[in-house]
Design a protein around this ligand. Sequence first.
Ligand code: ZN
Ligand code: ZN
Length: 400
Amino acid sequence: MADVIACPDCAAVQRLPGLRRGGVVQCRRCGSTLERSNGRSLDAALACAIATFLLLFPANLLPLMSVSLLGSDRASRLAAGVALMWQQGFMLMAIVVAAQAVVLPFFRFGLLASVLAALRLGRAGPWVGIGFRWSERLDLWAMPDVFLIGLFVGYGRVRHSLPVQIEAGGWCVIGAAFLTMVTRASLDRRTIWRLIEPPEMVAPSGLACTSCDLVTDQHEPGSRCPRCRARLWPRKPFSIMRTAALVATGYLLYPVANIYPMSIAVQLGSPKPHTIFDGVQELIGANLWPLAAIIFMTSIGIPMLKLIGLTWLCISVRRKSRWALRTKTRVYRVIHEIGRWSNVDIYTIVVFLPLMQVGQLVSIHTATGAAAFLAVVVASMVAARWFDPRLMWDAAGEPR
Ligand SMILES: [Zn+2]
Ligand SMILES: [Zn+2]
């Protein structure tokens, strides 16, 4: 029964042909990839998840980078950057950054390693479905890989004016980020879900679960999926209203994030504001074109394209458009997955802050633009999560 699933993008119910080595299974209605077994292995994913989890400890505890500034050595630790953000009055921002960069990666990889180990050892209890659902959900929010790019940009920004060195913690971040990507590439989520057997169901023709895609025997909205215990709804509740509200918030804050400075450097008492665009220009000035392109894309391009994309998808549901449904479904997938990379600039500040605090001489302060920017990123990520792509297919009235 576990092989009968409903496509999370278009709701088409289909039977998966089962694990084929090196195969890709696409949804027959919308073309989304439902299963990819290329190079996937439970053992490899388990080994990577455990290694990432262990590397997160030194990555968080040891210094990331150090600079020699006016005869004194200064080191940057992740927690020190978050603490400085808090002290400078940006408490909410410090909490969000600490969650994404410090706390959630531990939960993501701790949960994933426990679930995979339990399945490997044949000790899977009823908690395994819930554990795997949460580890999947946290995949978007736990960001060692995004943090690594932030670390590189921070390094590039400091290096052209000061001698800076990557320290042990920095190497551990590089290792953890690399392993995060290998974990994602070796994890065959469809096979894992198949291994987590749901209880026998009488007639699996009820609501479909949007977390594990199981077609259940439950018909009551709000009841729980028998396999992963997620709440079941015919469609995500108030999807368009919630998405539209968050997208509107994004449009309001986007100019604030771009006009106001992300950080303010105070040198010998004179403040020098630093907007996103100043950061891009500075990197171009230092001949760091690739980093400048990354910051331009992740901080200016992607947030705007995401807001425009989600607007287009919401309007097309309202207008019951039948046009380019497959393309729009693909656009939705890209928006959903690319959003987290916008956090790069915020992480640059976190890495940068502790390095540049030298008493009265030089100090860097977090500024309003950064808070607005983080709000745009989080609002658009949550908006993408609340948008239900199945509504586009419903509204078009296409036969299944
Ligand atoms: Zn589909
Ligand atoms: Zn489920």
